[in-house]
Design a protein around this ligand. Structure first.
Ligand SMILES: Nc1ncnc2c1ncn2[C@@H]1O[C@H](COP(=O)(O)OP(=O)(O)OP(=O)(O)O)[C@@H](O)[C@H]1O
Length: 302
């Protein structure tokens, strides 16, 4: 399979410090790729390399099947980006700001109306940008990045600093882009919930290493799954289940049994027949949030 963005052993060092250590990104065409990692994980450094803003220390980057070092301008003509806060002139209108970027990019005049429509800023286009909310300013930044009809849009933490309504607007906009405009989006964030709501694929970076890459359901399947039981008396119930061959651990008054959910009714029967009072039995699944936190607390690599 060929990928829209593919890096091989991509690394960056600043003197002896390596913020990015040999990562192999694989971004498919179409959809939203969520690049997730806590602050300082190496997201911005990676994105700056993808955009040719800084040179990799090692490794290669291919975008649209071409090497970025050899075809930088050709590739960047088809890539829109917003890294950190968008730059704009507050005393000019949204339209005037877009006109400046349009001229720089050599895009067609009609593109301005098109991108204003995508980010839903038509009604505000002639108002000064300094009167915009932060969310509107971010949308204007995305409109700027969309000028010139890019095939790939790279957004670095586009919801940073926004209130919940602004975050929702940006999220909704990002999820529409692949479906309505055929644009592939690579978006970074340190918030799992946000990525979960908009991405089809995720890459998790921590301390410069890519710990996981794949679909959200693949990520979910990495989590612990077992059976939670409340049976009294708890010590004796645990002893019985251990004798029956189950691996388990105690969680307060509950027992967590390492077994598939199909065993729930058998476990219930075993406990009830032995005279224990069962007050709770359920499948216990580790949430995506727990999986992410466990990975990025310096735990295991996946
Ligand atoms: N020019 C530089 N010189 C030295 N260290 C740098 C430089 N740029 C980034 N770093 C360091 O590299 C590490 C990764 O930074 P980066 O900005 O890529 O992380 P991030 O995942 O984008 O996090 P954040 O969300 O906080 O921006 C950090 O420890 C940062 O201090």
């Amino acid at each position: 399979m060929s990928f829209l963005v593919e890096t091989k052993h991509l690394s960056k060092s600043f003197k002896s410090f390596y913020p990015v250590k040999g990562i192999d990104l694989k971004v498919k065409r179409g959809g939203v790729y969520g690049f997730l990692g806590p602050n300082g994980a190496g997201k911005t450094t990676t994105i700056r390399m993808l955009l040719g803003l800084i040179q990799p220390t090692q490794g290669t980057i291919s975008i649209f099947g071409k090497d970025v070092r050899k075809h930088r301008l050709e590739i960047l003509n088809k890539v829109g980006s917003m890294v950190e806060s968008p730059s704009y002139y507050g005393h000019l209108s949204g339209y005037e700001n877009l006109e400046i970027v349009r001229k720089l990019r050599g895009a067609a005049k009609r593109d301005i109306g098109h991108v204003l429509g995508i980010v839903r800023l038509q009604e505000w286009q002639h108002k000064k940008v300094k009167t915009y909310s932060l969310g509107m300013k971010q949308r204007l930044g995305i409109a700027q990045a969309l000028l010139g009809n890019p095939e790939l849009l790279i957004l670095d933490e586009p919801t940073n600093g926004l209130d919940p309504a602004g975050i929702q607007e940006i999220r909704e906009l990002i999820t529409r882009l692949p479906v309505e405009q055929g644009i592939t989006v690579l978006v970074s964030s340190h918030i799992l919930k946000e990525i979960e709501l908009m991405a089809s694929e995720v890459g998790i970076i921590y301390k410069g290493e890519l710990l996981f890459q794949g679909s959200l359901s693949e990520l979910r399947s990495k989590g612990y799954s077992g059976i939670r039981v409340a049976a009294a008396p708890v010590e004796e119930s645990a002893a019985l289940l251990s004798r029956l061959g189950y691996t388990l651990k105690r969680d307060g008054d509950h027992l967590l049994i390492d077994a598939p959910s199909e065993r729930i009714s058998t476990i219930n029967q075993d406990l009830v027949l032995a005279g224990f009072r069962v007050s709770h039995l359920s499948e216990s699944k580790e949430s995506l949030e727990d999986i992410f936190l466990n990975m990025t607390r310096g735990g295991e690599s996946w």
